[in-house]
Design a protein around this ligand. Sequence first.
Ligand SMILES: Cc1ncc(C[n+]2csc(CCOP(=O)(O)OP(=O)(O)O)c2C)c(N)n1
Ligand SMILES: [Mg+2]
Length: 761
Amino acid sequence: MPETTPEEELDRRFLSAVRDLPAVRDLPAVRDLPAVRDLPAVRDLPAGPTGTRLTSEQAVALFDAQAGSRHLDLAARYLRAEGHGFYTIGSAGHEADAAVGAALRPSDPALLHYRSGAFYLARAAQVPGSQPLRDVLLGLVGASDEPIAGGRHKVFGHHDLAVIPLTSTIASHLPRAVGIAFSIGRAAKLGVPSPWPADAITVASFGDASASHSTATGAINAACRTAYQGLPMPLLLVCEDNGLGISVRTPDGWVAAAYSGRPALRYFSADGSDPAACFDAAAEAAAYVRASRSPAFLHLRLVRFLGHAGSDAEVSYRSQAEIAADYARDPLLGTARLIVAAGLLSPEQVIGRYEAIRVQVRTIADEAVTHRGLASRAEVTGPLAPRHPDQVAERAATAGPPAARASAFGDKLPETAGPLTLADTINRGLADALATYPELLVFGEDVGRKGGVYGVTRGLARRFGVGRVFDTLLDEQSILGLGLGAGVSGLLPVPEIQYLAYLHNAEDQLRGEAASLQFFSSGQYRNPMVVRVAGLAYQKGFGGHFHNDNAVSVLRDIPGLVVAVPARAGDAAPMLRTCLAAAHVDGTVCVFLEPIALYHTRDLHQPGDGAWLAPYSGPERWPGEHVPIGRGRSYGRGTDLTLVTFGNGVPMSLRVARRLAAAGAGVRVFDLRWLAPLPAEQLLAEAELTGRVLIVDETRRSGGVSEGVIAELTDAGFRGTIARVTSADSFIPLGDAAAHVLLSEAEIDAAAKRLLGWPDS
Ligand SMILES: Cc1ncc(C[n+]2csc(CCOP(=O)(O)OP(=O)(O)O)c2C)c(N)n1
Ligand SMILES: [Mg+2]
């Protein structure tokens, strides 16, 4: 006899337990019960006969959502076995979360755990025209017409259901969830159109092991701290606790112990095998969050059936007795029991309903396998990072209304202020941006009252108000999470990361969340965002590794991410406008990397020459000064040597070029300005004009920018000579010792002479 599979066993156990339920009395025929999606909204219903807030119709609707989810899990297994399906992590045992879906409004933004299938179905049941079984089945087979990820991932998401798709990095959605909860009220307060109603609440579900991940603890801490401060934080955190993270047990009682006594976080809990208790707890928690605009933690105690995924043999780490004991806690059975005990359906009718849903799922699955998957590289990458350069150019050239500029600057319009430093220019550029985009927010550590560690945001909070320019807690992950939440809420976030070295502890929020959102939602959700990062090296006086970080390869590696590095005042404002316009028009995620050492630099060649200052241009000059993404700047007309550089390398290279020119060489300098995407065509043209390229790269030799520049030149077929000078493969030490590892002008000079064939001096 063939061995029974875990899914067959689960199916069999459920059916036999329902068959054994004692029937109650004469019952209405199944067909007299309303279909799930015709049910009135939860909040309009009177209390039901079960002695809970759950009505009879809702109880049956819960069962339908739960049974639908269960059959999707079973389908995932046979689709996999038949070679059609790609994903077997299921929701079986977690179906109690249907009660949470039913207790919320379909307009409440939701970020769902990969086991929240029954929530998804319960939410869809509230939105006419939804086809949640089909949505999930198309996801399982990787169909290109799956409604959210288009075959790029199996994920719960649907734009019309306000379900924002996640990646598979556990807990990484929670900083965004906190950001959305914050942004609901902020958008309403600023009068900015938002996809979320002003009284919406955000719901985010996650597992018990995820609850201990530092991303979760950081995000939950940020939510509590924000609420503790008295700011709105309408966030419902739903911990779907099955006691396991794959094979690792969460200590008994840990989730309750860790989260039941947190300041500013109301704790609710329910046993997942009791649907009425789950619904009551969910309804109470949702009502609390909605009314108080404060966060709550809903702890659902659940079981996990069928192992972690199809490939996981849980018998290797759980006893048969332990696995068997879980069947009694099946949420689907709990709902069946309630329905039968309340006299709503007989056991046979429950089974009839369960079997009807099985057939429905099989029919849709049979059709789903005929859908095609993604067929080409272009189709896969299509939504990754859309670019509309003409619209971006037009938007970048558009200033705020004169009245908004007048109130931003008073009678001190920056174009009348004379030459400015890089820092002052970025400050004026941000003020102009705040005047141009009413939805723009500037935030980060110390950006508000103090005006930034280097004064770059000085005066902005005073002029634009703390609703738009504000200090955050000291947590880069939460700062980026706020940006992620704001971006999907109609706002244009400009978060600041105080130093490049401190981006690294949070960069998954950029890589895994921000940059992947359009990809995994087929462009239906986007994360417009311009992250300002003070960085790079050569800081005088205040040195050390953390204030002198030159690691940018982790940013260049992120698909679709734009990395801008303005080296001088004259470039900073147009490049900032381009980034903001790209975020606005295309949802582009931009990193605006500001070289700290150049913030207050005034001179280039000799003290007092003021050559690193530039006047700020008024709006009439913006169209002519537009800098498209990926367009570098060329200096000089030399035909002997091209110095390719960026950031601090630009002034260093210009000085070297001038000295070499005095000695008879024609040297041109090309500032890349954009590290991603690199200005490939221009780079080749600049290289070919001399036939000799020296890459002047202040980042490290390994993994640094020079590697990308060499690759671009080689790929483009450049036949001339290429050499490079870089900083050392080292962290940067304190004080004057930094000079031993950072690229120096003397090294540039010597390498240039070698390339020119000049004798060593
Ligand atoms: C950051 C991260 N580390 C590791 C994994 C691999 N992984 C996937 S699910 C999982 C266990 C999660 O357990 P829990 O949060 O309790 O959710 P459950 O699967 O039990 O519902 C792990 C370790 C991951 N997806 N993300
Ligand atoms: Mg778990």
